[in-house]
Design a protein around this ligand. Structure first.
Ligand code: NAD
Ligand code: DAU
Length: 343
């Protein structure tokens, strides 16, 4: 099996590359990544010399480059993680999200049509369903919950999902789509809630919680997400969407307090700041379908996963300190400098 994994120098993509190389020693994994601010080649250093691994620096919007790669590699599958993934950045600058997340997806699928493929898998998000009210804990996102997006990011991901399903219906492309809840774990870029709070707490910097911090996210350890995708590409039904989530809903403020507790930092570091525009209230996935059809269940409990993750950031300071010492500082100052303290 020869699999193209796009976005493999990012957070979830790199964890998926590691999972696949370890579990399938006879597979070839070709990682395609444009190495944007979120992609980091040092993340992949442990597999760079693996004879079953190839890294290709390539933008998925580059049609010529993508077609050339398909001619060289004749992939059996494509798993598309490549995306602009941060909601706050999409609110500041939507255009690149439309380009990579929609046009890039179309280019990959055109290549799959032109050269043939056994499976194209689109890594999507629970954010395509919009949000749920905080006072209705009985409601969950099912695969047939209507698409109802909030941010430019989620809209770009939903557009890509619709395009993927259209290529299946119109051209018979053998596709699957997965929609996962919030991931956490090693190699997550420090702009996202959990690594940002860990990095700030370790530096005794303020911990900027948006609004009251009552928004709810459904957290899943990244390794469990990778295992779910592995199952879907091997055993999932073509043309189907699978929700992935671990029934682990937590308020943002509780996550931040837990990080303080684990790092023995005072909660007085917490600062409530201006809320995110259009901030989704609650995400909650119903993963019954993937459990019943493919036997998937999350294996890592949040209480263990968060400890492992904090420990990883403590043990791998060089990885994230390199990131936050560069261009990220400008991003941080610009993004957080204009937020007002509200409590
Ligand atoms: P990430 O931002 O950490 O990584 C994205 C990777 O894609 C980076 O390596 C980047 O260099 C690469 N990339 C960006 N634009 C590219 C382009 N035009 N061509 C080639 N490569 C490009 O993102 P992540 O958190 O690992 O998310 C991966 C995928 O999973 C995304 O599609 C995201 O929508 C989806 N997802 C993420 C989560 C989450 O909690 N992080 C949850 C559900 C779904
Ligand atoms: O649900 C899946 C999605 O999860 C993925 O599709 C996205 O790619 C991924 O980024 C994530 O989106 P969120 O917006 O939920 O993640 P983020 O880590 O940016 O924020 C989580 C929550 O924490 C959200 O309610 C906003 C809040 N937050 C975030 C940051 C960065 C803060 O309160 N302060 C912060 O500084």
């Amino acid at each position: 099996m020869n699999i193209i994994v796009t976005g493999g120098a990012g957070f979830i993509g790199s964890n998926f590359v590691f999972h696949m190389l370890e579990k399938y020693p006879d597979y070839r994994i070709v990682c395609v990544d444009a190495l944007t601010y979120a992609g980091n080649l040092s993340t992949l250093k442990s597999v760079m010399d693996n004879k079953n691994f190839r890294f290709v620096k390539l933008d998925i919007c580059d049609r010529e480059g993508v077609y050339k790669l398909f001619e060289e590699e004749h992939p059996d599958m494509v798993v598309n993680f490549a995306a602009e993934s941060h909601v706050d950045r999409s609110i500041e600058n939507p255009e690149i999200f439309l380009q990579t997340n929609i046009i890039g997806t179309a280019v990959l699928m055109d290549a799959c049509r032109k050269y043939g493929i056994k499976r194209y898998h689109q890594v999507s998000t629970d954010e395509v369903y919009g949000d749920l009210p905080l006072d209705r804990p009985d409601l969950f996102f099912h695969e047939d919950t209507p698409i109802h997006t909030s941010s430019p990011y989620s809209t770009s991901k939903a557009s890509a999902d619709l395009l993927v399903m259209a290529y299946h219906r119109t051209y018979g492309l053998p596709v699957t789509v997965s929609r996962c809840s919030n991931n956490y774990g090693p190699y997550q870029f420090p702009e996202k809630l959990i690594p940002l709070m860990i990095a700030n707490a370790l530096a005794d910097k303020k911990l900027p919680v948006y609004g009251e911090g009552l928004n709810v996210r459904d957290w899943l350890y990244v390794g469990d997400h990778c295992k779910a995708i592995d199952l879907i590409i091997h055993k999932g039904t073509v043309g189907e969407v699978y929700n992935i989530g671990g029934h682990n809903e937590m308020k943002n403020i509780d996550i931040v307090k837990l990080i303080c507790e684990n790092l023995q930092k005072p909660e007085s570091l917490i600062e409530h700041v201006t809320d995110r525009k259009g901030h989704d209230q609650r995400y909650a996935i119903d993963p019954t379908k993937i459990h019943n059809e493919l036997g998937w269940l999350p294996e890592t409990m949040f209480k263990d996963g968060i400890k492992m993750t904090i420990q990883w950031y403590l043990d791998n300071k060089e990885w994230w300190e390199n990131i936050i010492s560069g261009e990220y500082q400008n991003y941080y100052n610009e993004m957080y400098g204009k937020k007002e303290v509200i409590g």
